[in-house]
Design a protein around this ligand. Structure first.
Ligand SMILES: Nc1ncnc2c1ncn2[C@@H]1O[C@H](COP(=O)(O)OP(=O)(O)O)[C@@H](O)[C@H]1O
Ligand SMILES: [Mg+2]
Length: 117
């Protein structure tokens, strides 16, 4: 259950505006601040408001110990829908699964972390 967000009316208003327009062209918001300032709380508020609008919400978290693993964050982000990769055309499926080390093929080369070195 979402904790009550106190004193963040202007931030919530910005979030609401972003969500209202997201289907027209995407949107992004960067939240920065010291630990404990309420970043995760705002993120949770954004997720809940997006879900309330019927949006499918995916999220991922950067983990320092996984920084050397290519596409670890993308893999975490897409894991809930990765089974759907089977429906992609061959080049896209191989590229995606190859990037995650789940298939051999061109994808691994195309999406090498050193590309286009
Ligand atoms: N606007 C807010 N209203 C109510 N509680 C808040 C608010 N912002 C943060 N908190 C509470 O303060 C604590 C730290 O917030 P959190 O969002 O985890 O900070 P951060 O992600 O910036 O480190 C949490 O217990 C959270 O519920
Ligand atoms: Mg946090």
């Amino acid at each position: 259950m979402t904790p009550t967000v106190v004193g963040r009316d202007s931030e919530i208003r910005i979030l609401e505006e972003l969500l209202d327009g997201v289907r027209d062209g995407g949107a992004c918001m960067l939240i920065r601040g010291d630990a404990g300032l309420g970043k995760s709380t705002l993120l949770l508020a954004a997720k809940e408001r997006a879900r309330a609008r019927g949006m499918l919400v995916f999220s991922t978290t950067g983990v320092e110990s996984e920084a050397h693993l290519p596409f670890a964050g993308l893999h975490q982000l897409l894991r809930p829908v990765l089974a759907g990769a089977a429906k992609l055309p061959d080049p896209q499926r191989l590229a995606l699964l190859g990037a995650f080390g789940m298939a051999d093929g061109a994808g691994r080369t195309c999406f090498s972390s050193r590309w286009p070195a």
